[in-house]
Design a protein around this ligand. Structure first.
Ligand code: ADP
Length: 398
């Protein structure tokens, strides 16, 4: 079966068509600037690019162009859309309702709508993507895969905040966690790489990209994760502050006479690597600046490094030890310098890397030193394949 994976943003739509017989990606596409001037579709098939520049006023029109591109006589990969057996949609927030992926039905759409207050930017965009695809492919089964569902196994002591419990009971204020599809894939793949069962292991997965989160996976189940009610909590990220004392907000707001929206804009968009370094939100730029002697860029790198170390230490303590530390996403897969500084002086935990092996970028690798008790791995993430596998399983067993 061929499965289409859709990841819809407010003005963008990413897609991938995967042939599940051999899990090969047949085509990958990105539609940008939906609803704004300069709409553009870029599709890649075997490294060859196909570009369509035409107005796309909404996601329905964008989805029509996606199907046209996939079935294009010259640049397409299928003859007609009946060859697409199912569609898997990435959805940000499943709240507490969704502990696993589900076939999309009216009640599921309603539940995703109910979670809009928890994912105000993403859930409406994800819904638009679902509804647009339903309109152009009314007979194709669709599945929703949530970024939050892997983390639903966390116990209350991990997901509750120390505020009056009433806020959880009334408003469902709690830690949800994100990047769940990535943490799930990487933890399972890490176990597989070592020829072991994930149910026998304690794994810490470090997803370090523009957005970053770390998860403790204890015998196959998430027991804690660094992101919270929203993706703002945890490590410092490209533009997000990560953990701060909440009173910092009142202090800044009173002094600078700004409101909570402006404050959150600062914490989400102007903090983290870019806010500290003043250089960029991109790790490569910050590393280059630090190498040239920029002290503030160095602070940003040191803060990220220490933040990761603290989570690794904390999660090892929570699980009573750790068997695997896995690095993934843009920085985790491609940043030997950061991996090296994070893993420095971790012998107390039984973890040591081999600097030669650590030079790897973007490939699966065991970078542990021969005498390291803890295996340290680089595992490129593959959220699309998880979405595709879940979709196949659900539609086959429906
Ligand atoms: P997103 O969260 O948007 O999916 P990615 O996982 O693509 O982000 O990660 C983007 C980050 O990865 C950027 O900070 C980028 O600088 C970093 N990155 C990509 N390649 C390298 C590299 N070769 N060395 C260090 N960092 C890198």
């Amino acid at each position: 079966m061929k499965i289409l994976i859709v990841n819809a943003g407010s003005s963008s739509l990413k897609y991938q068509l995967i042939d599940m017989d051999d899990e090969k990606t047949l085509a990958k596409g990105l539609i940008e600037r939906i609803g704004i001037e300069g709409s553009k579709l870029t599709q890649r098939v075997d490294g060859e690019k196909f570009i369509v520049e035409t107005p796309m006023k909404n996601h329905v029109v964008a989805s029509e162009h996606m199907l046209k591109a996939l079935t294009d006589e010259k640049h397409g990969v299928v003859k007609n859309m009946d060859e697409i057996g199912a569609v898997g949609h990435r959805v940000l927030h499943g709240g507490e309702k969704f502990t696993a992926s589900v076939i999309i039905s009216e009640p599921v759409i309603e539940a995703i709508k109910e979670n809009i207050p928890l994912g105000p930017l993403h859930n409406p965009a994800n819904l638009m993507g679902i509804q647009a695809c339903q309109e152009v492919m009314p007979n194709t089964p669709m599945v929703a895969v949530f970024d939050t569902s892997f983390h639903q196994t966390m116990p209350p002591k991990a997901y509750l905040y120390g505020v009056p419990l009433e806020y959880y009971k009334r408003l469902r204020v709690r830690r949800y966690g994100f990047h769940g599809t990535s943490h799930r894939y990487v933890s399972a793949r890490a176990a597989e790489m070592l020829g072991k069962k994930k149910e026998d292991l304690r794994i810490i997965t470090c997803h370090l990209g523009n957005g970053s989160s770390i998860t403790a996976v204890d015998h196959g189940k998430c027991v804690d994760t660094s992101m919270g009610l929203t993706p703002l909590e945890g490590l410092i990220m490209g533009t997000r502050s990560g953990n701060i004392d909440p009173a910092v907000m009142q202090f800044i707001m009173n002094n600078d006479k700004i409101d909570i929206n402006e404050m959150l804009e600062i914490l989400n968009k102007k903090s983290g690597l870019v806010g500290i370094s003043g250089v960029s939100s991109d790790m490569r730029d910050v590393e280059d600046a630090a190498a040239e002697g920029n002290q503030e860029a160095q602070y940003a790198l040191d803060m990220l490094d220490m933040g990761i170390k603290k989570y690794i230490g904390a999660y090892a303590a929570v699980m009573g030890g750790v068997d695997i530390i896995a690095f993934t996403a843009g920085i985790g897969e491609n940043g030997p310098e950061l991996r090296s500084s994070v893993m420095k002086d971790m012998e107390f935990l039984g973890a040591k890397i081999d600097e030669e092996k650590n030079k790897v970028r973007g490939k699966e690798a065991d970078i542990s030193a021969p005498d390291s008790k803890v295996k340290v791995l680089v595992v490129p993430t593959n959220e699309e394949i998880v979405i595709a596998r879940d979709t196949l399983e659900l539609v086959t067993n429906a």
